[in-house]
Design a protein around this ligand. Structure first.
Ligand SMILES: NC(=O)c1ccc[n+]([C@@H]2O[C@H](COP(=O)([O-])OP(=O)(O)OC[C@H]3O[C@@H](n4cnc5c(N)ncnc54)[C@H](OP(=O)(O)O)[C@@H]3O)[C@@H](O)[C@H]2O)c1
Length: 452
C-alpha cells in the first residue's frame, strides 16, 4: 500500500496512484455523486402475453385493454386513414385505479415487524401481516394501529389461503421456507414480490420464474437485506470504482449482543456445517462452512479478526450479475471466542449438535436470552484482480433492524416508481448510493479506501 491520505466529499475522481481513504456518515455523502457507478442494463417496459400490457405505478395497477389500444389507433388513424380509423364499438371505460395492500409474510417476526413499523410510517397503504399465529399478528396490529391488518397464513399450504392475495399489490417474504409457491402465485397474478431470504436453493427456484414475470408485468426483487442485500450493492460499488476487478471478498461481522430472530439463528446453525459449491475461474469448487479462515481488518475498534467461509447466497449470485470470476463470503462474530467455538464444534465432528432440531431449539433459546458482545455489525467488501484494489465497509447496529430498513426501502421503491418486469437481484435494480442517501441510512457509517 502506498501513501495514505484522507479526503472528504471528493470521491468523483479516484487517484491513479497512492492510497486514499474516506470516512463518512451515509447521509449527504453521496450527494457529491460517483461518476463511475456501474450501469446494469435492464429492459424497460413489460409486454403482456395475453393481449394485455400492464403498467405499474405507486401501488396501482392499470390494465390497458385492447380496446384502449384500438382507440389510440383510431385517433392516430384519423391522420393516416388506415383501417383503424373508425370509432370503437363502445366508449372506452377507464379502469378504476385502486390502491393495493402490502402483504408481509412473517410480518410479526424479528425482521418483518421492523418492515411493518417502517412502512406504516412511510406509506398510506393497508399493510397485512401474516404468519401461522393469528394471536401474534393481532398483537402487533394492536400496537401499530388500524393501518395494519392481521391474518393467518402458512406458506407450506398456500392453496388453503389463496384469498389472502386478493387486493394485494406487493408481497414481502420474510422467511426461508424453501417453498416458492407464494412467489409463483404472485408472478401468476402480477403481484410484485420482495424476498429477504439468504437461502440460494430457494432464490434459484424463484429466478426460474423470470420469463413468466416478464409476461405478467411482475417485478420480483431477491437478495434484499444486509447479506444478501447491501453486500451485493457494495460489491457492485467496488466494481464501479475499479472496473477491472475480477473477484470480491465479502467479510461479515455480526454482534453476539444483537437480538436475532429464531429463523435467522436457525439458518446460521444449519449452514454452519454445510458444504457448498462456489464459482471460481477453474469451475465450481466445494467449500466447507466455517473453514478456510482469513485474517481481515475491520474498521473501528474491532481491528483484525479471522473470518470463515459461510454459505451466503451473494457468492452464487454476484459472479453472474456482476461478471466476477469469484466471490468469497466469510463470517465471524464480534466475540472471537464465539467464532472459535463454532469452528471447533465443526472441526471436532460435533456438527450434529448444530444440525439436530432439538439442539437447535435449545441453542436458539440460549442465544436469544444470553447475549454477550455488542449489537454492532460490519460488512466489508474488497475488490481484487491480481492484488487488492479497493475496499469499502458499512458499520451499523441491529442487523435485523437494518435488514428491515433495506427491505422497507426496496418495497417503497417498487411502489413509487415502476421497475422493469422480471426477477432481479437487488444490485440489478439499485445502487448503494440510492440507499445511503436515504435519511433512514443516516446511522450507518460508510468507509472506503483505494490502492492503485
Ligand atoms: N438478507 C438478510 O440480510 C437477512 C438478515 C436477517 C434475516 N434474514 C432472513 O429473514 C428471515 C426471517 O428472519 P427473522 O429474524 O425475522 O426470523 P423470525 O423472527 O423467526 O421470523 C420468522 C417469521 O416467519 C413466520 N413463519 C415461520 N414459518 C412460517 C410459515 N410456514 N408460514 C408463514 N409464516 C411463517 C414466523 O411466525 P410463525 O412461526 O408464528 O408462523 C415469524 O413471524 C430468515 O429466514 C432469515 O434467514 C435475512
Amino acid at each position: 500500500m502506498g501513501r495514505q491520505g484522507r479526503f472528504s466529499h471528493s470521491l468523483d475522481v479516484l487517484p491513479t496512484t497512492g492510497f486514499c481513504a474516506g470516512t463518512h456518515s451515509a447521509e449527504g455523502f453521496w450527494r457529491t455523486g460517483s461518476l463511475l457507478s456501474l450501469m446494469v442494463p435492464v429492459r424497460l417496459g413489460g409486454s403482456g402475453s395475453t393481449g394485455e400490457r400492464r403498467a405499474t405505478g405507486p401501488l396501482q395497477t392499470t390494465t390497458y385493454s385492447v380496446k384502449r389500444r384500438c382507440y389510440l389507433r383510431y385517433v392516430l388513424g384519423g391522420a393516416y386513414g388506415n383501417r383503424w380509423s373508425r370509432p370503437p364499438a363502445r366508449p372506452i371505460r377507464e379502469e378504476k385505479m385502486s390502491p393495493k395492500k402490502i402483504l408481509i409474510i412473517g410480518g410479526y417476526g424479528s425482521v418483518g415487524r421492523g418492515i411493518a413499523e417502517r412502512l406504516c410510517r412511510q406509506v398510506p397503504q393497508q399493510i397485512v401481516i401474516a404468519g401461522r399465529n393469528l394471536r401474534k399478528a393481532e398483537k402487533l396490529a394492536g400496537e401499530l394501529g388500524p393501518q395494519i391488518e392481521p391474518t393467518v397464513l402458512d406458506v407450506s399450504n398456500i392453496a388453503a389461503s389463496q384469498s389472502v392475495l386478493q387486493g394485494v399489490g406487493i408481497v414481502v417474504m420474510c422467511l426461508d421456507s424453501n417453498n416458492v409457491e407464494v412467489a409463483r402465485q404472485c408472478v401468476r397474478r402480477g403481484i410484485h414480490y420482495v424476498d429477504i431470504s439468504a437461502d440460494y436453493s430457494t432464490l434459484s427456484q424463484i429466478e426460474e420464474l423470470r420469463n413468466q414475470a416478464e409476461g405478467t408485468g411482475t417485478t420480483a426483487v431477491l437478495s434484499v437485506g444486509l447479506s444478501p442485500g447491501i453486500t451485493n450493492l457494495m460489491a457492485k460499488h467496488c466494481k464501479s470504482r475499479v472496473p477491472d476487478i475480477t473477484s470480491v471478498d465479502i467479510d461479515i461481522l455480526l454482534g453476539m449482543g444483537d437480538s436475532h430472530g429464531e429463523a435467522a439463528i436457525r439458518w446460521t446453525l444449519e449452514n454452519a456445517i454445510t458444504q457448498f459449491a462456489v464459482h471460481t475461474p477453474g469451475g465450481a469448487v466445494t467449500v466447507q462452512s466455517l473453514s478456510n479462515g482469513k485474517k481481515t481488518t475491520f474498521p473501528g475498534v474491532i481491528g483484525t479478526r479471522t473470518t470463515y467461509r459461510f454459505n451466503f447466497s451473494d457468492q452464487y449470485v454476484l459472479p453472474h450479475t456482476l461478471g466476477l470470476s469469484t466471490v468469497n463470503t466469510r463470517l465471524c462474530f464480534d466475540s472471537a471466542f464465539a467464532t472459535g467455538l463454532f469452528v471447533t464444534i465443526r472441526k471436532t465432528g460435533l456438527g450434529w449438535l448444530l444440525a439436530s432440531r432439538g439442539s437447535q431449539d435449545f441453542l436458539i433459546k440460549l442465544l436469544q436470552r444470553v447475549r454477550f458482545g455488542s449489537d454492532e455489525f460490519i460488512l466489508k467488501t474488497e475488490g481484487w484482480n491480481d492484488r487488492p484494489q479497493y475496499e469499502c465497509s458499512l458499520t451499523g447496529t441491529g442487523e435485523g433492524n437494518a435488514t428491515g430498513t433495506v427491505a422497507a426501502w426496496v418495497t417503497r421503491q417498487l411502489l413509487e416508481s415502476p421497475r422493469p418486469p422480471g426477477v432481479f437481484h437487488i444490485e440489478q435494480l439499485f445502487d448503494l448510493k440510492d440507499f445511503l442517501n436515504r435519511p433512514e441510512a443516516r446511522n450507518l457509517k460508510f468507509e472506503e479506501s483505494t490502492s492503485r
